[in-house]
Write a protein that binds this ligand. Structure first.
Ligand code: PEP
Ligand code: MN
Length: 357
């Protein structure tokens, strides 16, 4: 079966759904039948090999899962997608007539693997969806895109958020400005949002999905399971096919709304980029102040004064020396560091004088 998901008859929006992992024949079949019943899903996903962070968790059912996917496809007519992480996976998937392959976030980070997988697809026309790398590195993502484009298979991108060291309400914070930058550079490539792996929990799926629609994404990949709480992987983020239908019905698809002119949507995208960057700046400044608190504790314990002119001059000098590179005026840098310094002193003051009142 030839699939043109990413060119001529691309469904817009493209809805991809199915379990995180194929677990049993019944689970795959029941999920597929219910997804088909929604009449809103275009592609059935299920991982047969699972890249787990630690050994010992369920690492996928392996090739046995292909027969279940083939049966589900026969029963529902839905084309099927699996994740491939090496050449052997690609060969098995091609042997089993899998319609679409996806490259997982942990694979996109590795150019050797990406190139080997791309080479294994030479001469085929199986579409490949490329998830963003786990780290927020646009060039790695774009590099993978180019490797697959170079061999001529149809490609699409999946935004699944980026891992972060800091505490976050997301499993993988979306950092929307990054996929938007890729969309700006490659407007012809379809961008699918994966709210499941961004959120890590059911409650946030709708909000993330709606944001992606408002940002003019081309589709959604959402994990579904007939019995999410009992899923063998990613249980917290999966929903039932019925819940998916409910969620999709609640979303406002703004595309095609004639009141939104191209200019307006361009402006909305730029504004969303600004909002995201501001949010990240404030998060970082908050983290900076937490470090200042720790310094306050250290200074208190070691009887050191809060203000130390030498250190402050060093900070200011470092900031000013980067002003041209960042395209910021000296005037702005001075104002910015004044404000930061003041807030930092207030934080340290609070820490040092705690209990002295
Ligand atoms: C998945 O889709 O189940 C998966 C493993 O995703 P990611 O590569 O985005 O972590
Ligand atoms: Mn998953």
């Amino acid at each position: 079966m030839s699939i043109h998901l990413f060119d001529t008859d691309f469904h817009n929006p493209l809805i991809i759904s199915g379990p995180c992992s194929a677990e049993t024949a019944k689970q795959v079949m029941d999920t597929a039948i219910l997804l088909k019943k929604t009449a809103k899903v275009h592609l059935l996903r299920a991982g047969v090999w699972k890249p787990r962070t630690k050994p010992g968790s369920f690492e996928g059912i392996g090739k046995a899962g292909f027969a279940w996917l083939t049966d589900a496809k026969k029963e529902t007519g839905l084309p099927v997608a699996v994740e491939v992480g090496n050449v052997r996976h690609v060969e098995e998937a091609l042997l089993n007539d899998i319609d679409v392959l996806w490259i997982g976030a942990r694979t996109t980070v590795n150019p050797f693997l990406v190139q080997e997988i791309a080479d294994a697809l030479v001469g085929t026309s199986t579409p490949v969806l490329i998830k963003n790398p786990i780290n927020p590195d646009l060039d790695l993502w774009i590099g993978a895109l180019e490797r697959f484009r170079n061999i001529g298979v149809p490609v699409g991108l999946v935004h699944r958020g980026f891992s972060t060291y800091s505490v976050s309400e997301y499993r993988n914070p979306p950092m929307w400005h990054l996929p938007l930058e890729v969309k700006r550079r490659f407007p012809e490539i379809k961008m699918i949002c994966d709210p499941s792996h961004i959120s890590g929990k059911r409650t946030m799926l709708k909000k993330i999905a709606q944001t992606s629609i408002d940002l003019d994404f081309d589709g959604l990949m959402i994990e579904t399971h007939i019995n999410p709480d009992d899923a063998w992987s990613d249980a917290k983020q999966q929903i039932t096919p019925q819940e998916l239908e409910f969620l999709l019905n609640k979303l406002v698809w703004r595309k095609g709304n004639s009141e939104i002119t191209e200019n307006n949507s361009q402006l909305a995208k730029l504004r969303e980029q600004i909002n995201q960057i501001d949010e990240e700046l404030l998060t970082l400044i908050g983290q900076r102040m937490k470090v200042a608190d720790l310094i306050g504790i250290y200074k208190k314990e070691n009887n050191i004064t809060i203000y130390q002119a030498e250190r402050w001059n060093e900070i200011l000098y470092r900031g000013l020396s980067g002003s041209t590179m960042h395209g910021l005026s000296e005037h702005f840098i001075r104002n910015y560091f004044d404000a930061i310094h003041l807030e930092s002193i207030e934080h340290q003051n609070r820490v040092m004088n705690e209990g002295n009142k």
